[in-house]
Design a protein around this ligand. Sequence first.
Ligand code: 7TS
Length: 391
Amino acid sequence: MNKIYLDNNATTIVDPRVKEAMEPFFCQQYGNPNSLHSFGTETHPAMRLAMDRLYAGIGAGDEDDIIINSCACEGNNHVLKGVYFDLIRNGPKSEIVTTQVEHPCVLNCCAFLESLGAKVKYMPVNADGIVDGDTLRQYIHPDRTALVSIMWANNETGLVFPVQELAKICRENGVLFHTDAVQAIGKIAVDVGRVPVDFLTFSAHKFHGPKGIGGLFIRKGLKLTPLLHGGEQMGGKRAGTVNVPYLIGMGLAMEMAVGNLAYEDSSVRRLRDRLEDTILAIPDTMVVGKRELRTPNTILASFRGIEGEAMIWDLNANGVAASTGSACASESLEPNPTFVAMGISDDLAHTSIRFSLSRFSTAEEIDQAAEVIRQSAQRLRAISSTYKNDK
Ligand code: 7TS
């Protein structure tokens, strides 16, 4: 049985060309880039090229900063905790505004900052599953709000937030704006030259780079208290020897991801839509969010009468890797705020499964997966008491 990977929002395969580009920096050019001898300095040209690729990939200017770090969790923590230390702990501001549907690394970090005395406001999403400008205007206050943090695209639904408008509103009100662009890079255009964000986070393993490396964009002139204190790496903004091979890999992965956007928007979208049509042809199913508002690779589907986990196991046993859409927060049985806002009933919300494609997904795989999903839904419903009771 060949296995089909449809969990690309969790992580992606490393592009073999990325792996190849990283290879010499493990056992040949392994010097510490901060060393003065040739082992150190010979890493510089490739590192510079990687940085240039990152700057070009997100449209950053020469005077902006991109801090290389370990992952998006680190980048998001850095922004939230940095702004807390810079603007909230001793004033002049007191609040952070975010959404109810951010990744746990933002939500849990915010909860921690609340325990230190910060006030955090969590905006609800609207009936389309996103936050709109009118809502943001109601939540921010030029004197009190230090930072607004809103994801560019949601990891569960793929819904894309109107970041351009949201960032502009913050700029007009003198409020810093951060976006978690982890699920946007390589799927849709991300250009900080056009969108006035102050901070932006990304993570290489979501766009066919290695795990354990990411980046934080900081707009020119902005200060941010470091998360890691130590040496003077990254201009003193993030201590620790940079992971040279992974940086080389991330730079190339970024260049390829951005170069691939047209393919993502046409071919990956076409395959996604094909899979989605098959899922919707199964009775009593739904997909969350309008297609045109989503990244081209993501489907969050609900199958009435089927437990999400049961379906993941069944699909896995039949060679298809997907994930639950975390319909409930893992510890509580609180329904997912996106589902509540979109008026999705509890029984559907508890059965959500996320399928996420990549440029490595093939038409054969999608057709095979569609058949496995159809059969799995049939099999699980045949033994589902709730589905039978519904009927
Ligand atoms: N932000 C978003 C929007 C994410 O989707 C993820 C990972 C992270 C941050 C964390 O990234 P990392 O670089 O620290 O790993 N999201 C998921 C997911 O949806 N399923 O598994 C991981």
